[in-house]
Design a protein around this ligand. Structure first.
Ligand code: SF4
Length: 332
């Protein structure tokens, strides 16, 4: 289905999209960077409404979200394309695909609700490719499922505009990828701007969306002690209680010349972030590691025990540590 964008301005035959920070200004017949929006006779039309490439019922730990509804099951939807062009994309089969992708299936917003019921989900996740370029469908379907008691989460590269966030009032939580803490990396690898990602994270947090951050550590690209330290200092300046996931890189797509991140590097990053004062710091893609667990930032008591994506035990009472009484940034 093709619909008119919810966020754009008309400029004498041209249009300016206001859905993400690229703010594409498009002449007639021109497509946006995300390749799913086009200026058609002076109107910005959206071509991916309801077009789904992937659906799966996932543990929320897989998003990853560790402090929001631990142990819940999220029905996850993805489409195609992206507004970034990352050389190391871990989902390049769909993120670099366009609307000619052969496995796209059209769903209605009511189908999303029906599937949530059928699969006994607790919430919905917009994920796999960048959800903000799917803004209209994600928003409409989220409004419906929310009315029926399901929560809504985003897994995003953090490039959605303030206007898109303002319009998406039903968003409960987001895991935002901060792919590095240098503009050099964002220019070279993602073709985007770090300052905009920073603004989006801060705005989501200010608006009351529960934010967690993933930082994928790529050897020799974004793994220096200084960069991890600067990143951690920034997280603390926003809110030390924002959970951070340092995730292990595996060579993919155009970055096959890199090695898998040594586990020591992940541990080092976790320790730097903790030293800087980040309260919840996790290791990702390191199945069975102790840093998959949640510990009390005050007394180090084991609050939530995990193994990979699976929850073993929750020891939190009334959002407090049962050992020392410290208040936790955990939504059960
Ligand atoms: S969503 Fe972003 S990339 Fe796509 S057309 Fe709009 S501004 Fe451009």
């Amino acid at each position: 289905m093709v619909i008119e964008s919810y966020l754009y301005e008309k400029l004498n035959g041209e249009v300016r999209c206001k859905t993400c920070w690229h703010n594409c200004k498009l002449k007639e017949e021109q497509w946006g960077i995300c390749r799913v929006r086009k200026n058609e006779k002076g109107r910005l039309m959206v071509y991916n409404y309801g077009l789904v490439s992937s659906i799966a019922l996932d543990p929320i730990e897989k998003k990853p979200l560790h402090n929001f509804k631990p142990g819940s099951r999220v029905l996850s939807f993805g489409s195609v394309s992206c507004n970034f062009k990352c050389d190391h994309c871990q989902n390049f089969e769909i993120s670099f695909a366009d609307l000619s992708f052969p496995y796209l299936k059209e769903l209605s917003t009511e189908d999303v609700l029906r599937l949530c019921k059928e699969r006994n989900a607790d919430g919905v996740a917009w994920t796999y490719n960048e959800p903000s370029i799917w803004h209209e469908f994600a928003l409409d379907a989220s409004k419906i499922v929310k009315k029926h008691g399901y929560f809504v989460v985003y897994v995003t590269n953090g490039y959605m505009s303030y206007e898109a966030i303002d319009q998406f009032k039903v968003l409960d939580a987001a895991n935002v990828d901060v792919k590095a803490f240098s503009q050099k990396f964002y220019s070279k690898i993602c073709k985007a701007k770090l300052e905009n990602v920073i603004k989006t994270v801060e705005y989501l947090h200010r608006k009351g969306v529960f934010v967690e951050i993933t930082y994928l550590i790529i050897p020799e690209e974004n793994d220096s002690r200084e960069e991890i330290k600067d990143f951690s200092k920034w997280v603390v300046s926003v809110d030390r209680r924002i959970p951070v996931h340092f995730s292990r890189f595996h060579p993919d797509f155009k970055m096959l010349d890199k090695i898998v991140t040594p586990i020591k590097k992940i541990e080092e990053a976790v320790e730097i972030a903790k030293e800087e004062g980040v309260e919840y710091v996790y290791a990702g893609n390191v199945w069975g590691h102790r840093y998959e667990n949640t510990y009390c930032p005050n007394c180090n008591y084991l609050l939530i025990e995990r193994h990979g994506f699976y929850l073993r035990k929750i020891n939190v009472k009334d959002k407090k540590c049962p050992n020392c009484g410290y208040g936790q940034n955990i939504v059960l």
